[in-house]
Design a protein around this ligand. Structure first.
Ligand code: GDP
Ligand code: ZN
Length: 300
């Protein structure tokens, strides 16, 4: 009986799965019939147990059969990837300019999927020290880790590389902020296509590609299709929005009303701490998102 190996599905095409073993070798695998029978479709990111089948010629890549799917920690629909550890929200400070609402929307979606998030503010080479100081003051307090980066000056790249180590990350953010450039800078062998903002929008890049994982040399991987491209809150209910702002959690039970939505209720601990322990900008977007969710509910 051949021994079972553990690995991770990094690509899935036409019934074949590319599996990266824990020892760092690549295998081309098929799935055992019983996996399909139990209606378990394997996804990129899945951890699996497989049996190696050494190829007869010795020159072809080794093949294998996936015997077992290991439990998933989570499972995203778009992109269809399992076991994602973190969402890296990437925004540029200029070209295109920083869009806080977009960033906060992505952070809400990460909370909804119960995925950790990190904010990366790219193209820091395009702004002055004074602007950074201003930004820093707006980010006090901010409930997520954040870092500044630049592909040009290489500022922050080490910190970003460290944050990606041994984790499976999804990059998300508007087109042109530098997602591909950052990945190329972190892993020069990748040679991902990058481009000017306008020409790329026209080409509609990334629209139909299947997700695959890009293994990183230092351990860990990045999903190669930008994630969270749909920014709509169709799966989110207005009642759950407060729980998707983690900074409100510590005030649970401190507002006068038990089901306080932190909008205009009297004696609301969240409103009382605005600008102190609650970021004003995020709170503004919280109100905006709440209105959006409520107006949607009225329609139905
Ligand atoms: P993506 O759409 O998010 O993948 O963005 P790209 O990686 O294709 O980058 C879009 C444009 O921004 C390209 O012209 C890059 O050369 C440029 N760019 C990326 N990162 C930086 C940076 O840190 N500083 C500056 N000045 N330009 C950058
Ligand atoms: Zn409240």
């Amino acid at each position: 009986m051949p021994s079972l190996e553990q690995g991770k599905v990094i690509k899935a095409t036409g019934g074949f799965f590319t599996v990266l073993s824990t020892e760092g070798k690549i295998f081309r695998c098929r799935a055992r019939g019983n996996l399909k029978k139990n209606n378990l479709s394997l996804l990129v990111g899945d951890r699996v147990m497989f049996i190696i089948q050494h190829s007869a010629l010795g020159t072809a890549p080794d093949e294998g059969i996936i015997e077992k799917l290991l439990p998933r920690s989570n499972c995203l629909k778009r992109p269809a990837v399992a076991n994602v550890d973190q969402l890296v929200v990437i925004m540029s400070l200029r070209e295109p300019s920083l869009d806080w609402q977009w960033a906060n929307r992505l952070l809400v979606l990460a909370e909804k999927e119960k995925i950790k998030a990190l904010l990366c503010l790219n193209k820091v080479d395009l702004v002055t020290d004074q602007e950074i100081e201003q930004l820093n003051s707006e980010l006090i307090p901010f409930p997520y880790h954040y870092l500044y980066s630049s592909v040009l000056s290489r500022k922050g790249l080490e910190a970003l590389a460290a944050a990606l180590e041994n984790k499976c990350s999804v990059f998300a953010g508007p087109s042109g902020v530098g997602k591909s450039s950052l990945l190329n800078a972190l892993q020069p062998g990748l040679k991902l296509q990058t481009g000017q903002v306008s020409s790329k929008i026209k080409r509609g890049r990334h629209t139909t590609r299947q997700a695959k994982l890009l293994p990183l040399d230092q351990g860990g991987s990045v999903v190669d299709t930008p994630g969270f491209t749909r920014l709509d809150f169709s799966d989110i209910k207005a009642e759950e929005l407060p729980s998707l702002f983690p900074e409100y959690a510590s005030y649970q039970g401190q507002c006068a009303f038990r089901n306080c939505r932190h909008l205009s209720e009297p004696n609301c601990a969240v409103q009382e701490n605005l600008g102190i322990s609650i970021n004003r900008q995020r709170y503004k977007h919280y109100r905006y998102f709440m209105e959006e969710l409520n107006s949607r509910q009225e329609v139905y």
